[in-house]
Structures are given as C-alpha cells and as structure tokens.
Design a protein around this ligand. Structure first.
Ligand SMILES: Cc1cc2nc3c(=O)[nH]c(=O)nc-3n(C[C@H](O)[C@H](O)[C@H](O)COP(=O)(O)O)c2cc1C
Length: 435
C-alpha cells in the first residue's frame, strides 16, 4: 500500500512568509483567526495544527522587527482554546526546553491531552542566544550543547512524570487514598521529587516533535522524538536528511516507523501553471516589501543601511565585522558575512538586480507552485520517495490561506488513496500511526 501522507497546518503568526499587511489577512492574535484556520484544517482531515513559539519578538536596530509587530500570543493558551472547538485535529505547540521547567510543562501538556481527548503534541526546541533568556532572568543560560543535554533530560523527566500514574480510575465506594503519581528524578538539569498532579492522559505520552537541525538536534530526535519538524523541503536535500535521520534511528535501535519527518513548506496554487507562477511572484513582492528588503540586507551587512534605496544597487561598503549581530531573537544565518555579501553582489551584478530583487531571489522561494493537480502529484512524490513523511503547510495568509488547498488539493490526494477521507482514529498518535 502507498505511504499515507501526514498533513499539518502551521498558524505562522510572525515570520518571514506571513503577509500580515494584505487586505485579505485577518488578525494574527484574535481567537477567531486561530479557530478559522484550525477548523479549515479539520475540515480537510489534517493530522494536526501547529504553533511555533517566540519567547521574545525579534528586534532590529533596537525596535521590534517590522514582521513581528503583529505579536505572538502564548502557545498553550491558544491550543487549550482550540481543544474546545475541534474534535479530531491534533494540537501541537512549540515549547522551549531551555527556559521552561519539566514539572510545569509536563503538567500543562498532560492537561491539554486530557482536555482534547488525546490530541496534544509538544515540539521541543532549545532556542538560541541570551536574548530570550533575559525574559527569564537567565540571560546567557547554557551553551548550545548543554541546551541539548537539558532538552534530552527534560523529555526523559516529562515521560517519568507522565508514567507516574498507571491507567487509573478512583474507586467511589472505597474512597481510596491512591498511592500513585510519585516521582523522584535526579540529574544534572533537574533534581525534583513529589507527586504528579495529573492522572495518566489519553495518549499516555503526548506526541514529541523536535526541530533543531544540528548534529545534536538530529541525535536528540533519533533518540527520543516521535516526529521532526524539518527545514529540508527540497527533494534531494529532503532525501538526504531522511537517510541521515533513519541511519541514526537504526543506531538507536528504533523502528523506522517510529519517527515521522515533516518539513515546513509553503505553496501557491493557480488555475494554470502561469497563473500560479504569477501569484507566487506577487506574493514574494508582498513578503519582501521595500522596507523588509533593507532589514534583511542589514542582517548580512550587520550595519544600518536605512539610507539605501531598495530599488538601487547593493552597498559598495563591506559588512561590519562586529561580533554582535544587528538582529536579536533569531539564530545567526550567515556565518561568513563577507563571503555572503560578495556572492550577493556578484549575483546582483550579473542579473542587474536591485537590493529588493536580490533579496526576493535569495530568501525563501515558495516550495510548491502550480495547479492543484501538479502540487498534489509533487507532494505525493516527496512522500513516496522518502524525502519526508508529510508536510507542515505554512500559508502566507492568515487565517484564510489554507482554504484553496483543502478544497482543491486534498480531494486529489484522497482520490489517489494517499490521504484519509475520514478520521478513523481519535488521538494524534492514532492519526500518525505511532504506538
Ligand atoms: C524548522 C525549525 C523550526 C524552529 N522553530 C522554532 C520555534 O518556533 N521557536 C524557537 O524558539 N526555536 C525554533 N527553532 C530553533 C531551534 O530551537 C534551535 O534553537 C535552533 O535550530 C538551533 O539548534 P540547532 O543548531 O540544533 O539547529 C526552530 C528550528 C528549526 C530548524
């Protein structure tokens, strides 16, 4: 039988792809927007709804970054609200293992799993830099590798807490004082003991995703996660990532089906190929406004370029060599700024590109562009040839950006027999085929 495709809906909120200024865009923080996108995903029989986490909005030149000014509310609060207005859709939240505490988070996730009848998932991230930590009176807390050690111990501890209750129902007649929920964990990151206050939840263990991409991130996923939210959304790159992670999985003695690989992808649909390409081009210009083009260029040059014309040529001056980066709240993307600047200048000169044209070219083109038939075929090829197991779709418009996909692409995947026509399971573990 053909592999079944996993589909998830990302509510992107603040990031580089959301066009919050489009007249068709709604609020990025009102509950209605979350409900609308989640219910569309559930109408499409999606596996889960997905929220990223930003513990602090990005800042550049000391101000909140243009793309972040629409704000990002708290993940678990939103998911708890959505549990009440959906019935089958999984509810996945990105939550940081560096600054949260194991007891607190294990309790919140077990509670979400109860409220939703077994639909909770946790995307474990470690995040980067002291910038987030300052919010928690922990600026500079733990370096990269120690963050992964903490994340690993965090997951183990959460599972110990979840396992501290057996499947259990209190006995009304005898009024027992149950001896359950006791835990004691001693490790470098957590030394805690007591009783866990939440009885075993429907899934036992909420689903665990992992998003880091370094060697330590991949090892953590191969050792402990149920799924990976990956950034490898191109065919060959995806296959290589898939092979790498599966080799690690085998080394950990795990079943190949026990870890699902799900890249975040964007898409643009059109009635004809030309129509889709034209839309894609229009969306890219919306995503990279003249102002955003300068802000993104500044992240490579690492200096104030606000006096440059976005429709003019790239700066002749070289990037600043300063260690401190101009952008706060996002992992450094350009390890060698001068090399990147030279590469971009060469490209701009060859093709006669302005700053804005160049930024449009070098930052995130949409992953799947075409008619619904073509997009359905490509998505299926990715999954059947092990470039991934499914997709976390990132619409560029919130909350209506998934409507066309659900109306036109999902039925084609269903016709091919590679995507469910009805939910046959009630928990997220059930949907994903996980034990
Ligand atoms: C696809 C993807 C999504 C991520 N999403 C988030 C997020 O929502 N919030 C966050 O704080 N970090 C996020 N991260 C950052 C990771 O937590 C991690 O800090 C970062 O990738 C550095 O770890 P690495 O070197 O293992 O990749 C994401 C990373 C990737 C690759």
């Amino acid at each position: 039988m053909a592999k079944q495709i996993i589909l998830a809906a990302h509510f992107p909120g603040v990031n580089n792809t959301t066009v919050w200024s489009d007249p068709a865009a709604g609020s990025q923080i009102a509950f209605d927007s979350f409900v609308r996108l989640a219910q569309t995903a559930e109408r499409g029989k999606f596996d889960f709804f997905f929220l990223a986490e930003g513990l602090r909005l990005r800042e550049q030149r000391g101000l909140i970054h243009d793309l972040d000014v629409v704000g990002r509310p708290d993940t678990l609060t939103v998911l708890a609200g959505l549990a009440a207005v959906t019935t089958h859709l999984g509810l996945a939240g990105t939550l940081n293992a560096t600054f949260h505490e194991a007891y607190e988070l294990a309790r919140q996730l077990a509670t979400l799993d109860h409220l939703s009848g077994g639909r909770a998932a946790w995307n474990v991230v470690t995040s980067s830099g002291p910038f987030f930590g300052e919010n928690f009176r922990r600026g500079g807390f733990l370096d990269h590798s120690q963050r992964y050690e903490r994340a690993g111990e965090f997951i183990d501890t959460a599972r110990e807490l979840w396992d501290s209750w057996a499947d259990y129902a209190p006995d009304r007649d005898s009024g027992v004082f149950a001896d359950t929920g006791t835990f004691a964990h001693t490790g470098p990151q957590f030394t805690i003991e007591g009783r866990f206050g939440v009885p075993r939840s429907p899934q036992g263990h909420p689903v665990i995703l992992q998003a880091g991409d370094s060697d330590s991130g991949r090892e953590l996923a191969a050792a402990k996660a149920d799924a990976i939210f990956s950034r490898h959304h191109q065919l060959e790159d995806g296959r290589e990532f898939y092979r790498d992670v599966h080799a690690r999985l085998a080394r950990h003695g795990r079943d190949p089906n026990s870890l699902k690989i799900i890249p975040g992808v964007s898409f643009v649909l059109g009635e004809t190929e030309a129509d889709a390409q034209e839309r894609a081009h229009h969306i890219r210009r919306q995503q990279v406004s003249p102002q955003t083009a300068i802000l993104l260029l500044e992240q490579v040059w690492n200096r104030d370029l606000s006096s440059y014309d976005p429709d003019g040529p790239l700066p002749a001056e070289d990037p600043s060599g300063a260690d401190e980066t101009i952008i706060q709240g996002r992992a450094g993307q350009y390890p060698d700024r001068l090399a990147t600047a030279n590469e971009w200048r060469e490209r701009a000169e060859q093709k006669n590109l302005s700053i804005r044209d160049l930024i449009i070219e070098v930052t995130g083109r949409q992953s799947f562009i075409g008619t619904p038939a073509r997009v359905a075929e490509e998505l299926n090829t990715y999954v059947q040839t092990d470039a991934c197991d499914g997709f976390i779709l990132v619409p560029h418009l919130t909350p209506g950006g998934l409507d066309d996909f659900v109306d036109t692409v999902v039925p084609l995947l269903q016709e091919r027999g590679v995507f469910r026509t009805e939910y046959k399971t009630t928990t997220l573990r059930g949907h994903l085929g996980l034990a």
